[in-house]
Write a protein of this length. Structure first.
Length: 383
């Protein structure tokens, strides 16, 4: 009972803080978007308010929020500013994964605890190289005395201007056997450069620049994981299960905020059967996105990452994508010509929601994975 009360109290406190920040973030969102600027002031406030360490266990100095509470946090922030929500989701899932291990893998506690304590105490920001480092890996790791020399170019590194540590990997190819090595890269290292490359249709404030790594030495004892390139590994079952409900909270939040804007505009117009029909279809799509997202969270809450939880999470991910995008499209239709003006802030949400298409597993791969699971076929190399 006490554990339940503690979780409820933690979630309520986090929700209150998040809502207060969201009001400020909403006021800044258009300026960041119009000028392709990184949401730097928002990141400073995320740090001071404790949201950077929200997912760190209470025992280690963090906020103690579980995945469901973190999803709510990201959903609310994204409703105010999609770029802030998406950038924060990339840090947050990198915190939630070691936090999950600390809670549920007894042998991993001493491995992940130092990083979690740093996040809480130093408020360091973790970056993910995400899609550029998916199951296949990217970059090269050359074996040298005592470790590896890393050369790589990582794309879609959201939050790069504020980052302290890039959680990434590179491929070591010896005698034709490709092995992906995983490690953290300090952004302050002279061999690491953040390039100014992020000029995009949507999510303009995320600072998802390319990062180059030119000959950085990583010692053997700084490589916690080695895996075969090009196939699912149990570590990636855990990563994918935990990360994607957090990331897709962002798109749900954008869809919810688009719905609110459209309804407020439509309420000022004469009522008609057509308008009611559009509003009804919009709310139906949004309900589908919410149901699918909850399905993803429930997969995490089983606390047993597996090929099956990946399947459930990725089915949910596809349904959130499809229905969140449809919600925003219908919001534009419901608002009518007013939605074409930037000042209504629907067109920004329309642009931002398109990013939901591009995270793994994209629709054709997701369908293949789900189909292979249904038919009892191998899924190890479907990613």
């Amino acid at each position: 009972m006490n554990k339940f009360i503690d979780r409820a109290t933690t979630a309520a406190s986090l929700n209150e803080t998040t809502n207060a920040l969201a009001k400020t973030f909403a006021e800044r969102a258009a300026d960041y978007d119009d000028n392709d600027r990184f949401i730097d002031a928002n990141y400073a406030e995320l740090k001071s308010a404790g949201l950077i360490s929200a997912g760190v266990p209470l025992e280690l100095g963090g906020g103690g929020a579980d995945v469901r509470a973190l999803c709510d946090m990201l959903r609310i922030i994204a409703g105010a500013c999609g770029s802030t929500g998406l950038a924060l989701s990339m840090h947050t899932h990198q915190v939630a994964i070691p936090a999950w291990r600390w809670h549920h893998q007894e042998t991993a506690g001493h491995i992940v605890e130092p990083l979690l304590r740093r996040i809480a105490e130093e408020k360091i920001v973790l970056l993910s190289s995400g899609g550029s480092d998916w199951i296949g890996g990217s970059g090269t790791a050359e074996k040298v005395d005592g470790g590896y020399r890393i050369t790589a170019r990582k794309v879609f590194s959201s939050g790069a201007p504020a980052g302290d540590l890039l959680m990434t990997g590179a491929i070591n190819d010896e005698d034709g056997d490709k092995t992906v090595l995983h490690f953290g890269v300090p952004l302050a290292a002279p061999e690491v450069t953040v390039l100014d490359t992020w000029r995009t249709m949507g999510m303009r404030g995320t600072g998802s620049h390319d990062i180059t790594i030119d000959g950085l030495f990583i010692a053997d004892d700084k490589i916690p994981l080695k895996r075969v390139a090009g196939e699912w590994h149990p570590a990636f079952q855990m990563i994918a299960t935990i990360a994607f409900p957090l990331i897709y909270s962002v798109y749900l939040g954008i869809a919810e905020s688009a719905r609110e804007i459209a309804v407020s505009i439509a309420a000022k117009k004469p009522v008609s059967h057509r308008v009611q029909s559009i509003a009804g279809r919009m709310d139906t799509a949004l309900a589908a996105a919410r149901i699918a997202h909850n399905f993803m969270i429930e997969a995490v809450e089983r606390n047993a990452p597996s090929a099956e939880t990946i399947n459930d999470v990725m089915i949910g991910r596809r349904l959130v994508e499809e229905n969140a995008i449809r919600t925003v499209e219908l919001a534009m239709e419901l608002a009518g010509g007013a939605s074409f003006y930037r000042k209504t802030e629907l067109e920004r949400r329309f642009r931002d929601i398109q990013a939901a298409r591009y995270h793994p597993l994209q629709k054709e791969v997701q369908a293949e994975y789900a189909g292979a699971m249904a038919l009892g076929q191998p899924i190890e190399q479907i990613f």
